[in-house]
Design a protein around this ligand. Structure first.
Ligand code: GDD
Ligand code: MG
Length: 360
C-alpha cells in the first residue's frame, strides 16, 4: 500500500467569513493547517505517495507542503479547470497513480477528522476481494450524508446520497469519506466531465454487480463542514481525542505555540490552541477555542467554542461564545457575541456596541 488521493476541492463556504483568503484545508487546527493531520495520518499508515486533487485556491497548497518530503511523503498536485465533482476529481488524477490494475488506492475526503485505522480498511479490502471498500460510521441524523446499508457480511447493498424522504432513511450507517478502490475501477469513471462518486459511481457500480464492502468503525469521526465542527475538531486534536501525529506539542487541555504570549493568570481550557505570535491578556478565559496566529485577546475577555482569526483583536472584557471572528477583524471592549455570529475578515465593531444578554 503506497498511494492515496486526497480530495480538497470544495469551497468551504461555511467557513467563508474566516477564510476569504485561505481554503478550509489550510485553516489551522491544533496549530497546523488541517490538511497536515490527514497527510501525517496517511503517512503513519504506510502511504508514501499522495495526489492532492484540487479545484479551488489550489495555489496555496504547493507553496506550503511542497513535494511533501518534510512529512516523508511524495506529494503531487492536480488542479481542475472546472470543479469535476468527487468522482471526476478522482478520475482526473488517474494518470498520476503508480499502482498496478489490481492494487488498492486509498481515497480520502479532505474535510474529515478521524481516527480510522487505515491499515485495517486496506486489509478488509484485500480479504474481502472487493472492488471498492468504504469506511462507514454511525450517526444520529444521517440526512446530510451518504447512507450505506450493508448485509450481514458487510457487503454494501445500496448507496443513498443525502436522502430526501423518511422512507430513504434505511440505516444509520453513513459513508465516512475514506475508500479503497481497486486501481482498475478508477479507470472506469468517465473522464473529462463532472462525476459524483456518491450519486453516480457507487450506485452504478452496485447496479452492475460490483462488490462494494463496508467497514463499520466507530472510532473518532467528525465532518468539519461547519465552523462549529472545525472548532470542536481543533480542540479534540489538542486534547488527543482525535489522534494525529502532526499536533505540534504534547496533547492536553491547551496548546500554546512557542511564540505566543499568554498572561500568567489567563485560563486556557478544553483544548484551546493559541497560535504563533498571539497574545492573551490578563485574566482572560478561553475554553475549547482556536486563537490563530497573531490574534490579540484583551484582559478579562471570555472566549468559548470560537474561532478567532489570524491577527483579529478581541477587546477587554468582551464575551465571545460559539462565534467565528474573521482574520484581521476587531471587536472592541465590552461586547457580547453569541452563538452563530460571524464577524467578517477585517470588520470592526466599536467598544460596547453589541450585547445579547436580556435587560433584566
Ligand atoms: N477536487 C475536487 N473537485 N474535490 C471535490 C469536489 C470537486 O469538484 N467536490 C467536492 N470535493 C471534495 C471536498 O473538498 C471534500 O473534501 C470531499 O470532496 C467531499 O465533498 P463535500 O462537498 O464535503 O461533500 P459532503 O460533505 O456534502 O458529503 C460527502 O462527505 C460525507 C461525509 O462527510 C459525501 O462523500 C457523503 O457521502 C459523506 O457521507
Ligand atoms: Mg464534507
Amino acid at each position: 500500500m503506497t498511494e492515496a488521493i486526497l480530495l480538497v476541492g470544495g469551497k468551504g463556504t461555511r467557513l467563508r467569513p474566516l477564510t476569504v483568503h485561505t481554503p478550509k484545508p489550510m485553516v489551522p487546527a491544533a496549530g497546523v493547517p488541517f490538511l497536515t493531520h490527514q497527510l501525517a495520518r496517511a503517512r503513519a499508515a504506510g502511504v508514501e505517495h499522495i495526489v492532492l486533487a484540487t479545484s479551488y485556491l489550489a495555489e496555496v497548497f504547493e507553496p506550503y507542503f511542497g513535494d511533501g518530503s518534510e512529512l516523508g511523503l511524495h506529494l503531487e498536485y492536480v488542479t481542475e479547470d472546472e470543479p469535476l465533482g468527487t468522482g471526476g476529481a478522482i478520475r482526473n488524477v488517474a494518470s498520476r497513480l503508480r499502482s498496478g490494475p489490481d492494487e488498492p488506492v486509498l481515497i480520502f475526503n479532505g474535510d474529515i477528522l478521524t481516527g480510522l485505522d487505515i491499515e485495517a480498511l486496506v486489509s478488509t479490502h484485500r480479504s474481502s476481494g472487493a472492488d471498492v471498500s468504504l469506511h462507514l460510521t454511525r450517526v444520529e441524523d444521517p440526512r446530510a450524508f451518504g447512507l450505506v446499508p450493508t448485509d450481514s457480511t458487510g457487503r454494501v447493498t445500496a448507496f443513498l446520497e443525502k436522502p430526501q424522504t423518511p422512507e430513504e432513511i434505511v440505516t444509520d450507517q453513513i459513508n465516512a469519506g475514506a475508500y479503497v478502490f481497486r486501481r482498475s475501477v478508477i479507470d472506469t469513471i468517465p473522464a473529462g466531465r463532472p462525476v459524483s462518486v456518491e450519486r453516480e459511481t457507487f450506485p452504478g457500480l452496485l447496479s452492475s454487480g460490483a462488490h462494494l464492502q463496508g467497514m463499520v468503525d466507530s472510532t473518532y469521526w467528525l465532518d468539519l463542514g461547519t465552523p462549529q465542527a472545525f472548532v470542536r475538531g481543533s480542540a479534540d486534536l489538542v486534547m488527543g481525542r482525535a489522534p494525529s501525529p502532526a499536533v505540534p506539542g504534547r496533547c492536553g487541555d491547551r496548546l500554546v505555540l512557542p511564540t505566543a504570549s499568554v498572561a500568567t493568570d489567563a485560563k486556557l481550557t478544553g483544548g484551546t490552541v493559541v497560535g504563533d505570535g498571539a497574545v492573551v491578556g490578563e485574566g482572560a478565559r478561553i475554553d475549547g477555542s482556536a486563537v490563530l496566529t497573531g490574534a490579540v485577546i484583551g484582559a478579562g475577555a471570555v472566549i468559548s467554542d470560537s474561532l478567532i482569526g489570524a491577527g483579529a483583536r478581541i477587546g477587554d472584557r468582551t464575551v465571545v461564545s460559539g462565534a467565528v471572528v474573521g482574520d484581521g477583524a476587531t471587536v472592541g471592549a465590552d461586547n457580547e457575541l453569541q452563538d452563530g455570529v460571524r464577524v467578517w475578515c477585517g470588520a470592526s465593531i466599536p467598544d460596547a456596541a453589541i450585547r445579547f444578554s436580556s435587560d433584566q
